[in-house]
Design a protein around this ligand. Structure first.
Ligand code: F3S
Length: 294
């Protein structure tokens, strides 16, 4: 008998819960609410909220929405967004995650310090990611963004370096970057100052060991996440490493019959910090009822 298990540690982190609850509360009393960017990197959840009046807008749309109310999602925003809102009399419902706000403040102070020492602020994260834009905004966009070791050429290893990480990156990648920077500094033969700030969010990094256990305990893993989610990519790689029979899906239609061989006795369903529990439950139900896409 095949058993379907949902990982109860998966699903929204508190930052995402707060943003969604803020939107839902507002929409109980109003017909519509603008949200700057996707409220969460999960199309299924975005669609659900759009049905009750959430309207996703871009930064280009913002100045045109004079007098409107706009929700800022958990990723946080650079100072320029607050200035645009003020200039255009836009009321902000700020649902920036407190962990991100704290990091923004940290980066702002680090930038001031580095400026005095002719040093550099380096952020390990995805170029163009909303959170990274918000962090770089604290440094007048002077921060050096590095995604992989290839990007290390952007750094001057003879000048002070202060390193931060996007909250949702993986621990292994961050440690790799620290090692690579230390090596490059050594090669210069100088005693360059190198300050490391571990600013990974525990809501993501603490999930990795839990997911390793969960992946080990199930014959196959169905990882449910939006394709744009950074932590989704990372947490899926953790599952795949532990259990090669791990599959990534964003919608029910992507389930494939061939994954569910006769030897499969337990199926684990898990997801990212942006994956709604209702979606994981829907996937579990579909599998129990033998409904798969192909
Ligand atoms: Fe905040 Fe961490 Fe979630 S930074 S939005 S609680 S992943």
């Amino acid at each position: 008998m095949m058993k379907v298990n949902i990982d109860r540690n998966s699903g929204f982190c508190f930052g995402v819960v707060n943003a969604i609850e803020t939107a839902e509360r507002y929409l109980k009393e109003h017909d519509e609410l603008y949200c700057l960017g996707d409220i969460v990197h999960n199309n299924m959840e975005v669609e659900r909220l759009e049905k009750i009046g959430l309207k996703t807008i871009t930064h280009k749309d913002l100045p045109k929405l004079k007098g409107a109310t706009v929700l800022l999602r958990a990723h946080g925003e650079p100072p320029s967004t607050y200035q645009t809102a003020m200039k255009n009399n836009i009321k902000l419902l700020d649902a920036s995650c407190p962990v991100v706000l704290k990091l923004q403040n940290h980066v702002f102070n680090g930038y001031k310090e580095m400026k005095e020492k002719d040093g550099q602020v380096v952020i390990y994260g995805k170029e163009g990611h909303a959170e990274v834009l918000g962090l770089a905004g604290q440094t007048k966009d002077e921060a050096i963004i590095i995604t992989s070791e290839d990007d290390l050429r952007k750094i001057d290893f003879t000048r002070p370096i202060e390193l931060y990480s996007q909250t949702t990156k993986g621990k292994e990648g961050f440690l790799g970057i620290i090692k690579a920077i230390e090596k490059k500094i050594k090669e210069t033969g100088m005693k360059t100052e190198f300050i490391v700030n571990n600013t990974l969010c525990g809501a993501v990094s603490n999930r990795a060991p839990q997911l390793r256990d969960f992946s080990r305990q199930n014959d196959i893993i169905i990882f449910v996440s939006g394709k744009k989610s950074s932590n989704g990519k990372y947490l899926y790689s953790v599952c795949k490493e532990t259990n090669p029979r791990s599959y990534f899906i964003s919608t029910l239609e992507e389930l494939q019959n061939e994954w569910f061989d006769d030897d499969v006795q337990s199926i684990g369903i898990c997801g990212a910090t942006s994956t709604p529990m209702w979606l994981m439950e829907k996937v579990a139900k579909a599998i129990e009822n033998g409904v798969t896409g192909k």
